[in-house]
Design a protein around this ligand. Structure first.
Ligand SMILES: Nc1ncnc2c1ncn2[C@@H]1O[C@H](COP(=O)(O)OP(=O)(O)OP(=O)(O)O)[C@@H](O)[C@H]1O
Ligand SMILES: [Mg+2]
Length: 366
């Protein structure tokens, strides 16, 4: 399924136009910039998808922190991956002439000579002879200076090549090789990602929580500041913790019907059972601890202290513990511990996660 991208219509049009130009033989360079989590990688992925849909071949990689100080590390990886399975003849054709200067990169990793940057650019050009090409590189803030120079040499030739280069860079992160990035940036069409609008954020919220109220959507939009990464994290937390807690409470109450109804609701949010086990068991343990301490004769205030949560939360846990049956709680905790071992691949039989989870719930509640 396509990744949901809201508020990025204009940026996607720019990328699409660049892809179209490359198909027509006149390449283009687009640099996507934004704050951490603003959706840089997601937009690059959409660009790659658009390129593939347009019949372009794709070279896709990202810089990593370790690249910063290793000459040509980034382009060496990009090209070695592409040439890994290529037949001998074809490889010789690709590395003919000036491209030969890039050969040592592929043989010995990152060693390189004076003509390497040029050789890399020629080699990438040669790769576009059989089909138009998209080169997508993310996290350029960590790219080494030599790789950036190769890309700059390539960028200088793009107008005559069927190649679209899509680059991504986090803003606000120190750039490993600013002097090498600068000229490349000057050549690029720069797209600056902004925060999501309230309406855009609401679309994302409702995709995760269908039927969320306008007030709830606004609260998520505000709390995330319109940052897509933060918004997704908040939604994940909201979908996991409270849902799991309700489920745990139904289990504590020994209410099988309610337990299964809640499990079904969570399923509609696309919740993976594996992720629920941790908050669920944490809740069960809390109530179990409170019930054990109460059983040992401790007063509520001491039990609340032992729970170490905020007072209102401890109060709720204690109220549940007073009604709970310690043996039932213990059984439920054991059932989920078993399930967790099973889901982590304890046996060689592949477990159907959903089915195993439903069975565990039924056993724990009933
Ligand atoms: N426009 C958007 N609409 C909806 N969801 C989005 C949008 N952009 C990004 N996301 C989602 O937000 C999350 C973070 O996006 P992404 O990883 O692309 O951010 P990033 O800017 O590359 O972050 P980083 O700084 O970690 O590299 C992902 O789950 C992604 O699917
Ligand atoms: Mg990213």
């Amino acid at each position: 399924m396509d990744e949901l991208l809201v508020d990025r219509g204009p940026e996607r049009s720019v990328v699409q136009a660049a892809v179209d130009r490359a198909r027509a033989g006149h390449g283009a360079l687009v640099l996507v910039e934004g704050a951490p989590g603003s959706g840089i990688s997601a937009l690059l992925r959409a660009g790659v998808a658009a390129a593939q849909a347009g019949g372009l071949a794709v070279l896709h990689t990202r810089a990593v922190v370790a690249d910063r100080s290793v000459r040509h590390a980034l382009v060496a990886r990009l090209l070695s991956d592409r040439l890994a399975g290529v037949a001998h003849d074809e490889r010789a054709r690709l590395l003919a002439g000036e491209a030969a200067a890039a050969g040592p990169l592929l043989e010995r990793g990152v060693h390189a000579g004076a003509r390497t940057a040029h050789g890399v650019a020629v080699l990438i050009g040669n790769l576009s002879r059989s089909a138009p090409l998209a080169v997508a590189i993310d996290d350029l803030q960590w790219a080494d200076a030599h790789s950036l120079r190769s890309l700059d040499v390539l960028a200088n030739e793009l107008a005559q090549l069927p190649i679209v280069v899509l680059l991504g860079r986090r803003r606000g992160e120190p750039v490993a090789a600013p002097a090498a990035l600068h000229p490349l940036r000057e050549r690029a069409e720069v797209l600056s990602l902004t925060a999501l609008s309230a309406a855009g954020a609401a679309t994302v919220v409702r995709a995760a929580l269908p039927g969320a109220s306008t007030a709830a959507c606004d609260a998520f939009a505000q709390a995330s500041g319109g940052n897509p990464f933060v918004l997704h994290e908040l939604l994940r937390a909201a979908a996991t913790a409270p849902g799991a807690y309700d489920l745990a409470d139904a289990l504590v109450a020994g209410d099988l019907k309610e337990t299964l109804a809640l499990a079904e609701q969570l399923d509609q949010y696309g919740e993976k059972p594996g992720r629920l086990i941790f908050p669920l068991v944490r809740r069960l343990r809390e109530v179990h601890q409170a019930a054990s301490l109460l059983g040992a004769g401790l007063p509520d205030a001491k039990v609340a202290e032992a729970l170490r949560g905020p007072p209102w939360a401890s109060k709720k846990v204690i109220a549940k513990a007073k009604k709970a049956d310690v043996a039932t709680l213990e059984r439920a905790i054991c059932v989920f511990a078993d399930l967790e071992v099973e889901l982590r691949g304890g046996g060689d039989v592949r477990v159907d996660e959903d089915a195993a989870f439903s069975v565990a719930l039924a056993r724990a509640a009933g």
